[in-house]
Design a protein around this ligand. Structure first.
Ligand code: HMG
Ligand code: MG
Length: 289
């Protein structure tokens, strides 16, 4: 239980990590409206979209259009995924304010997700990080499969540590630890954090826990014990299960904030405005699919 003074940063990733899983193409104007509603909630950062190959993720093909149409709140940093220099250049043209590279602790997932080995991915990320630093654009990094891989099964905590260290050494300001398929339990997450924290300070870590098995909140609880104060979540629990906001996908922002508030942490989120964004999602985007 917090003493009431600890601020937890909730990084809203729904427009990207949630919507990317929706099979039916969502109209750009609906994505824009969702981001606009989220912009009033009090998030410091919103991950809006991805500059990835439209052949790989057709849902994110309108990244430039979404970023140019949203009403930007000066208190919000608008971020996007950029797996390589091509994506980074497009993101900068679209005036993105933060970028994220995304690696993996699993070789097979790396191949399946970004078509290269872990080593090749780090080689591709380095120029992106350098260009970000040169342009004064903060670079965040993800490590996927921190508690297990859909192809390889168990992943060693040291594999997570190795990738996280290298991403931070390059100049990323934070590593978000992705339990991509929600296999994590408090025990697994604790073991993984113990390994990573040997060389990475808690202030440079975030928890990105998918809720496939309903354990994401428990995994946040475990991570709070290790001093992690940033967590990624998605409005309406979008993601994972297409067409069904509220179904188990990403950790849902509302229950995360409610749990943290009940324990005395502050998040800065306006729960009524968050509800408004959830309602919009349920009434418009979910119903269209
Ligand atoms: P590739 O085929 O190896 O790339 O894909 P390439 O460099 O050989 O280029 C092939 C084609 O893609 C070319 O076009 C390029 O121009 C184009 P063509 O000549 O065939 O017409 N291309 C691009 N187009 C737009 N934007 C780009 C870009 N780069 C190349 N940036 C690549 C490599 C990484 C591009 C591909 O594998 C890809 O796009 N993967 C997307 C993967 C993805 O978005 N996954 C979901 C996000 S990760 C995630 O959800 C996990 C996370 O939430 C954390 C967690 O939960 O664990 C972050
Ligand atoms: Mg994710």
């Amino acid at each position: 239980m917090s003493n009431g003074s600890t601020k937890i940063r909730i990084y809203e990733v729904g427009p990207r990590d949630g919507l990317q899983n929706e099979k039916e193409l969502i109209a750009t104007k609906q994505k824009v409206e969702l981001v606009n509603l989220l912009s009033d909630v009090g998030f410091e950062k919103i991950e809006v979209t991805s500059f990835v190959s439209p052949k790989w993720v057709p849902q994110m093909a309108d990244a430039t259009e979404v970023l140019s149409a949203i009403n930007r709140n000066a208190n919000v940093t608008y971020a996007a995924l950029t797996p390589n220099m091509k994506g980074f250049e497009k993101a900068i043209e679209a005036n993105v304010e933060e970028v994220a590279i995304f690696g993996s602790a699993s070789e097979t997932f790396s191949q399946k997700n970004i078509n290269c080995s872990i080593k090749e991915s780090l080689d591709r990320f380095l120029p992106v990080v350098k260009a970000g630093l040169a342009a004064n654009v903060p670079v965040r990094a993800y490590v996927s499969c921190v508690a297990g891989c859909p192809y390889e099964g168990d992943i060693s905590p040291d594999a997570v540590k190795l990738v996280a260290e290298q991403l931070l050494e390059m100049g990323c300001y934070e590593v978000s630890l992705g339990d991509t398929i929600g296999k994590g339990t408090p025990e697994l997450i604790s073991k993984m954090l113990e390994a990573v924290l040997k060389t990475v300070p808690d202030s440079q870590l975030a928890g990105h826990y998918h809720d496939t098995n309903g354990r994401a909140l428990d995994n946040v609880q475990a991570s709070l014990e290790y001093g992690v104060t940033t967590y990624d979540s998605a409005v309406g629990g979008l993601g994972g299960c297409p067409y069904a906001p509220g179904a188990k996908g990403n950790l849902s922002t509302k229950p995360l904030a409610e749990m943290l508030h009940a324990e005395g942490y502050s998040t800065g989120l306006d729960m009524k405005k968050l509800q408004k964004a959830e309602d919009y999602l349920a009434q418009n985007i979910a119903n269209n699919n």
